[in-house]
Design a binder for this molecule. Structure first.
Ligand code: MG
Length: 165
């Protein structure tokens, strides 16, 4: 016999992008001054991508590549906030509500502390929720993936909790 569903669903997301010269650094939809930016088909916003995957995972809807393929010319240079707006509409249409999001960005430079509030507000704005429901934390790789390493990169982890089906 199938058990009655609880009405709560969690999802996990992870993403990584290389840091290169000549690209903007966008994290959580916020542009941050940096000599290196995130390489990607879209704007390379690794945090928004991890959150997108957490939300889609919680809803049982697959992953970001299914909806926003990195070979689709429509998404070349796209703002990843538009991905989150689209996903929010998709979730709302299926009766899901976002209860909270927690996340970790892993990047060595620049320091993210001065930008965390703006990132939370910007992400929450794209998702149509209060900024108190979005938490962003920052860690470094202890130099392993910093600008002077062989392969500078940033990563992000996210978890989302939904109520709904
Ligand atoms: Mg990505």
């Amino acid at each position: 016999m199938t058990q009655k569903q609880t009405g709560f669903r969690c999802g996990i997301g992870y993403d990584t992008h290389r840091l290169v010269e000549g690209r903007k650094l966008l994290l959580g939809g916020v542009e941050i001054a940096s000599p290196l930016g995130l390489l990607g088909h879209s704007d390379g916003d690794v945090l928004s991508h991890a959150i997108a995957d957490a939300l889609l995972g919680a809803a049982g809807l697959g992953d970001i590549g299914h909806f926003f393929s990195d070979t689709d010319p429509r998404w070349k240079g796209a703002s990843s906030l538009t991905f989150l707006e689209t996903i929010q509409e998709l979730l709302a249409g299926k009766g899901f509500r976002i209860l909270n999001i927690d996340s970790v960005v892993v990047i060595d430079e620049p320091k993210l502390a001065p930008h965390i509030s703006k990132m939370q507000e910007t992400l929450a704005g794209a998702l149509g929720i209060q900024s108190s429901l979005v938490n962003v934390k920052a860690k470094t790789s202890e130099g392993a993936a910093g600008a002077s390493s062989a392969s500078p990169m940033a990563a992000a982890h996210a978890i989302a909790l939904l109520s709904g089906l």
